[in-house]
Unconditional design. Structure first.
Length: 176
């Protein structure tokens, strides 16, 4: 079904709004996928907090102008699905990486984060980025480690004294 001018403007503004607030984007070729497979991919994307959209390349180029993902414009060729991470930088990469394990028809072409376009082989690295909650817990563990070590060190002084006194007592009992 062909889009009229108003529909095209609506699509461009919707994708531009999502791209302006997204953390990262992944573009993948979906050639040869069935409708059921695309529906499953869309469901997994929704569950993972990822905005997934099949957009004509010319409309996508217009939508990405002025955003961090403008670097993707040169590579927008062929039937592509665009996935934008809404919650954390690695969410779109994780969803597509997991989906490509069970479906070889979906081929990741490139990705972008922070205004920089990356090759498809960087998908694993982007997918391994921690979520917000994981990053906060890692930070808290790093901040807490010196305090834990200090508490163990302070606790060791009376413990060592107790072991020394017990050893002297055992030695005197054995001598008597």
């Amino acid at each position: 079904m062909a889009l009229n001018l108003e529909d095209k403007k609506r699509v461009v503004s919707e994708v531009a709004a999502v791209a302006a607030s997204a953390h990262s984007a992944v573009a993948a070729e979906y050639r040869g996928m069935t409708v059921e497979q695309l529906t499953l991919l869309r469901r997994k994307a929704r569950e993972g907090g990822v905005y997934l959209r099949v957009v004509k390349n010319t409309l996508a180029r217009r939508a990405l102008e002025g955003t961090d993902f403008e670097c993707m414009n040169d590579e927008l060729v062929g039937p592509l699905v665009l996935a934008f991470s809404q919650e954390d930088p690695g969410s779109a990469a994780r969803v597509l990486k997991d989906f490509t394990k069970s479906n070889d028809k979906l081929v990741v072409k490139f990705l972008a984060i922070g205004g920089q376009k990356l090759a498809a082989n960087e998908l694993e690295r982007l997918a391994s980025l921690p979520t917000y909650d994981q990053a906060v817990s890692l930070l808290m563990a790093v901040m807490r480690a010196p305090l834990d070590k200090f508490a163990r060190t302070l606790n060791e002084v009376p413990g060592k004294l107790t072991r020394t006194v017990a050893a002297i007592r055992d030695q005197k009992q054995a001598a008597a």
